[in-house]
Design a binder for this molecule. Structure first.
Ligand SMILES: [Zn+2]
Length: 454
């Protein structure tokens, strides 16, 4: 069993431990992907690009398929559980000469619902469980570390702290949703790319904005976030949120006046450390809603990106940001009007062009660069009125391919024969009736296709 240092403090980013088990294992690609292991390997590659000899060594090991599962006597690496990905980082060997990349961390037979597993130290005092807790935790690493080796564990703390910000933000948001609507967060997901909560009831965008504003007020109040394992007798009287009925030792996370929830993950000590909570997505989901949030640095990065977009648009339209929507609407309307004008002009041009074509011709096929479907149909209809054979139009280019419509007003002719011919000779796609066919094809020599129809 491994001592869980993240329960002593969520801020332990470095620790010294002993390897008690080391087992060679094969990579399970789905597990690796789900846990963000890919990202860890990318980090290793980046490190190699920077020319660091030590990290080059890691990458060398990463490229081989040999992975090892390490069990330590203690760890501060938080394992993947309860919808949250695991911590990453490195295990440095005692002499500092080698180190292994920690690609994934898992916990055995325990689901993250605030419940401790069997074997945890149960010597209670002062109404709370003691600080030390134990579980079966496995570190997936990219090199062998012999049993007995003393290692220096270093967590990617910027990643961990971001998770702490997101997770604590979720507590505040879900606590506010629960007290206002009575809804539960029935699905929580925290990855490197998104944070989603699924609530089992409807919430409008306006209500979400109100909750968001309140959540930020709670953040700025800089409230203490209390994590504890209360004695069973105390626990009975704590009205905590939980996904399911819990028994045994339960870890309770309290944000006074806002939320009490059973949870096993690391959180920030005070709400002020979250900095900012931004709702970036709301959609109907299974009779309730799915809400996407970003906290802290992630929220800042998101807003920076949005700000860059707005600034660029502001420059493009040479207008203040608050006038951009009006400017875009104006541009969109102008575009619609121009399209209408272009369509009318094209129609007039087509009519004029058709009039010029020798009426004695039986088959007429034209090639155009830009014509939409309506204009193509109109052109074919005009042609079939004057010519008794096959009348067609190809619109497009050699690079992009061509769309075509071929029609006839002659009851003795069948356009499907043309379709068959173009399919077999030119690999065209499409079909239709005896009177009209349409489709598309790619060709280097459109003239050859036209000649084959004529
Ligand atoms: Zn939590």
């Amino acid at each position: 069993m491994t001592e869980e240092l993240y329960y002593t403090s969520a801020y332990i980013s470095e620790f010294v431990a002993k390897v008690v088990e080391c087992r060679k294992c094969e990579i399970n690609p789905s597990k690796a992907q789900a846990s963000g292991m890919q990202a860890s390997k990318e980090q290793a590659s980046k490190a190699q690009a920077s020319g660091n000899a030590e990290t080059s060594m890691i990458t060398e090991a990463s490229n081989s398929q040999d992975m090892y599962e390490i069990i330590l006597d203690k760890t501060a690496f938080f394992p993947e559980q309860g919808g949250q990905g695991s911590d990453g980082g490195v295990l440095e060997f005692e002499d500092g000469a080698k180190r292994a990349q920690v690609l994934h961390v898992s916990i055995s037979e325990q689901e993250c619902d605030g419940k401790m597993n069997e074997g945890d130290n149960l010597d209670g005092n002062a109404g709370n469980k003691p600080d030390k807790h134990f579980a079966m935790i496995r570190h997936l690493v990219d090199r062998e570390i012999p049993v007995g080796t003393t290692v220096h564990g270093v967590i990617d703390f910027s990643h961990r702290f971001s998770n702490m910000q997101q997770h604590t933000g979720e507590h505040i948001f879900s606590g506010l949703v629960c007290s206002r609507f009575g809804y539960d967060n029935v699905g929580f997901h925290l990855s490197d790319s998104e944070v989603t909560m699924d609530y089992n009831g409807p919430i409008t965008l306006e209500e979400i904005r109100e909750i968001e504003a309140k959540a930020n007020e709670v953040i700025w109040q800089n409230l203490e976030v209390l994590c504890e394992f209360p004695e069973e007798s105390r626990l009975e009287n704590i009205p905590y949120r939980s996904k399911k009925e819990l028994t045994g030792d339960v870890r309770i996370v309290t944000i006074p006046g806002v939320d009490i929830c059973a949870c096993c993950a690391p959180h920030v000590l005070r709400t002020g450390e979250i900095g900012l909570l931004k709702v970036v997505g709301l959609q109907n989901y299974k009779g309730g809603v799915r809400v996407n949030i970003l906290c802290g640095k992630r929220a800042m990065e998101y807003l920076n990106k949005e700000h860059e977009i707005v600034s660029e648009l502001s420059n493009m339209f040479t207008t203040a940001s608050e006038n951009i929507i009006t400017a875009v609407k104006k541009l969109s309307n102008a575009n619609s009007e121009l399209k209408q004008e272009l369509s009318e002009a094209t129609s007039a041009l087509i009519e004029a062009e058709v009039k010029e074509i020798d009426k004695s011709l039986e088959n007429v096929v034209l090639i155009k660069k830009n014509l939409d479907g309506n204009a193509m149909r109109k052109l074919v209809n005009l042609l079939t009125a004057d010519h008794s054979g096959f009348c067609g139009v190809f619109a497009g280019s050699t690079a992009d391919g061509y769309r075509f419509i071929v029609g006839t007003s002659n009851k003795d002719k069948d356009c499907r024969e043309i379709a068959n011919m173009m399919r077999t000779q030119f690999g065209a796609k499409g079909g239709g009736s005896a009177q009209m066919i349409q489709g598309s094809l790619k060709t280097e020599d459109i003239e050859a296709v036209v000649d084959a129809i004529k």
